[in-house]
Design a protein around this ligand. Structure first.
Ligand code: PGA
Length: 238
């Protein structure tokens, strides 16, 4: 399974290093075979050798150039980054990234062979407007996206569940994931208020290949606990 931590705009460079070190020792001490990915703030990136993968929360579709405030491939390469989060709802809704910009970014990093964690998810008013509207909305987030890309991971994150403590029911998550899988067979993560108390149930669902965790991942012990759950579930399946 895939357990990913989106640290967003949290932790200093020093705190991030401590976080990575603690996580790395956990992975080694417990013989964890799950894929663990951490997305730190851009200014906290560091070259990392070990079991966990470090990814970028964002980067512009460029090698370098005049894009004030953005980072590009040149900056990612300095840290050996080959994984990127694209389409997160905070970038879509707070930073105003359009599907067209997202598409460009996707194509650029796809051409470079990056692992792309591509986020989709609907706001509350869309969910409340019924299944058909919701399917249309989610479909539109796949416009211009190569769903057959070999290094693609999708994360379904309902916008209303992110950082709110609210989640869809387990049945809803599972049935939606199974539907989304018909459209794209890439590994599919669930994100939105995943925490220690619900992670095991979510991870055990049909159609769920992992989790993308924000707030709860900031506590490294909780992150380790959730990784441990994924490992337990996989050990049972074997
Ligand atoms: P959350 O965030 O776990 O705090 O809800 C998830 C995300 O934004 O990826």
């Amino acid at each position: 399974m895939i357990i990913a931590a989106n640290l967003k705009t949290n932790l200093t460079r020093k705190q991030t290093q401590e976080y990575m070190d603690a996580l790395e020792s956990f992975l080694n001490a417990h013989d964890i075979s799950q894929k663990v990915v951490v997305f730190p703030t851009a200014s906290s990136l560091n070259p990392h050798a070990g079991k966990l993968t470090v990814g970028a929360q964002n980067a512009y579709a460029t090698v370098n150039g005049a894009y004030t405030g953005e980072i590009g491939l040149e900056q990612l390469e300095e840290f050996g980054i080959k994984t990127i989060l694209i389409g997160h709802s905070e970038r879509r809704h707070i930073l105003g990234e359009s599907q067209e910009q997202i598409m460009k970014k996707f194509d650029f990093y796809k051409a470079l062979g990056f692992t792309i964690v591509y986020c989709i998810g609907e706001p509350l008013e869309v969910r409340e407007s019924g299944d058909e509207k919701m399917a249309e909305y989610l479909d539109a987030q796949y416009i211009g996206i190569d769903v057959h890309y070999a290094n693609l991971i999708v994360a379904y994150e309902p916008v209303w569940a992110i950082g709110t403590g609210l989640t869809p029911t387990l049945e809803d998550i599972s049935s939606l994931h199974l539907k989304l899988k018909e459209k794209c067979s890439a590994p599919l993560l669930y994100g939105g208020s995943v925490k220690v108390t619900n992670a095991k149930d979510v991870l055990a669902l049909d159609g769920v290949d992992g989790i993308l965790v924000g707030s709860a991942a900031l506590n490294v012990h909780d992150m380790c606990t959730m990784i441990g759950y994924a490992q337990e579930l996989e050990n049972i399946k074997k």
